[in-house]
Design a protein around this ligand. Structure first.
Ligand SMILES: [Fe+2]
Ligand SMILES: [Fe+2]
Length: 348
């Protein structure tokens, strides 16, 4: 057992190659079967050495010993095991905010993994208990971003362009939040944006296609033109999603606008209510732009993907969308993805 001591000094080289794990992370591992190799820091020689090999089983006394060593900051996992660690930590996303050794790109990987998994689970099983887990994770995301809005860049660079409902929900959330930050940039600078509104926008964006979870999968997956009946089902999805919000205790205008109005257009040519521009709120208009952008950049069965810059440019030329928002999106995409000009979309 290691006794009480002054704060452990870990050489930089160790932090570059290993993550130090804390008690919360250890508690999220199966008690006797840690899911990856563990290493301990030998203070006398200032070196890392193997402590546990994945696949093995800990004895009860080792479980205790490990708990103490973690408390003393002596236990590490290798950054080589990043993929395992990401998957694991994504089940307890709030740990991301506690782990001071994670780098921005690693945090972004974990968010993408966690949010995609949670929203997929929820669309597969759209009930309150599953929703609560998704909501908890979205709130970890907003907490992370709200303290530094520029952090969204690493997340945007990780958007998954394979079209699934879950990928689309996550992408739309990220693009929509980035656009919201631009649209209210001065308010953010003056500290006049309440965290609550930021949270609600994030929830609305994530759930904008909630109604799609009520449309039969064979229609969603169809790669031939839809029959008028099937089309009718799709066109109903904003209303179906809107009706489902009550059960989730999400009757807030910001969320409702995203869900109900994301297919409405400024000139009244959208659906389901053919609203005009002046009847649309900021979140509904942001969601419309983010949704269309994310659809255009993804690989779908019925249409090929375009590059992010091409998508943003064609939206900026499209009068059916709020002109200020599409211009802001274009500027943002050009800034963040200038190295991707005219390239076919690819994962970064
Ligand atoms: Fe939609
Ligand atoms: Fe959508």
């Amino acid at each position: 057992m290691v006794g009480k001591k002054a704060k452990l000094e870990v050489p930089d080289l160790v932090n570059e190659e290993y993550y130090q794990i804390n008690t919360e992370i250890l508690d999220s591992f199966p008690k006797y079967h840690p899911p990856l190799n563990l290493f301990f820091f030998k203070e006398d020689v200032s070196r890392i050495a193997p402590w546990f090999t994945m696949g093995g089983r800990l004895r009860p006394d080792q479980v205790e010993e490990l708990a103490q060593m973690v408390k003393d900051g002596l236990i590490f996992v290798s950054r080589v095991d990043h993929a395992v660690y990401v998957k694991h930590i994504s089940y307890q996303l709030d740990l991301v905010l506690l782990d001071k050794h994670l780098m921005e790109g690693e945090i972004a990987d974990i968010f993408m993994e966690a949010l995609t998994m949670r929203v997929k689970d929820f669309f597969d099983q759209p009930v309150k208990v599953v929703f609560d887990k998704l909501q908890a994770d979205v709130l970890v995301l907003t907490e992370y971003l709200f303290s530094d809005l520029f952090r969204i860049k690493s997340l945007l660079r990780r958007m998954n362009i394979e079209h699934t409902l879950a990928n689309h929900a996550v992408n739309t959330t990220l693009v929509g939040l980035a656009l919201y930050a631009q649209a209210r940039a001065e308010d953010f600078q003056r500290g006049q944006v309440k965290r609550k509104y930021y949270d609600l926008i994030a929830m609305g964006l994530m759930l904008h296609d909630l109604g799609m979870s009520k449309v039969p999968t064979f229609i969603l997956d169809k790669n031939k033109p839809l029959t008028p009946d099937e089309n009718q089902k799709i066109i109903q999805h904003p209303k179906l999603g809107f009706a489902a919000l009550a059960k989730l205790d999400l009757k807030y205008p910001e969320v409702e606008e995203c869900v109900l109005d994301h297919h409405e257009r400024m000139n009244g040519t959208g659906y389901p209510q053919k609203k005009q521009g002046k009847e649309l709120g900021l979140s509904g208009k942001i969601c419309a732009v983010a949704d269309s952008f994310c659809a255009m950049i993804s690989i779908r069965t019925y249409a090929s993907a375009v590059s992010k810059i091409q998508a943003a440019t064609s939206l900026a030329d499209d009068k059916r969308y709020d002109a200020r928002l599409t211009k802001l999106l274009q500027a943002l995409i050009v800034t963040y993805f200038k190295d991707e000009t005219d390239k076919a979309p690819a994962k970064s």
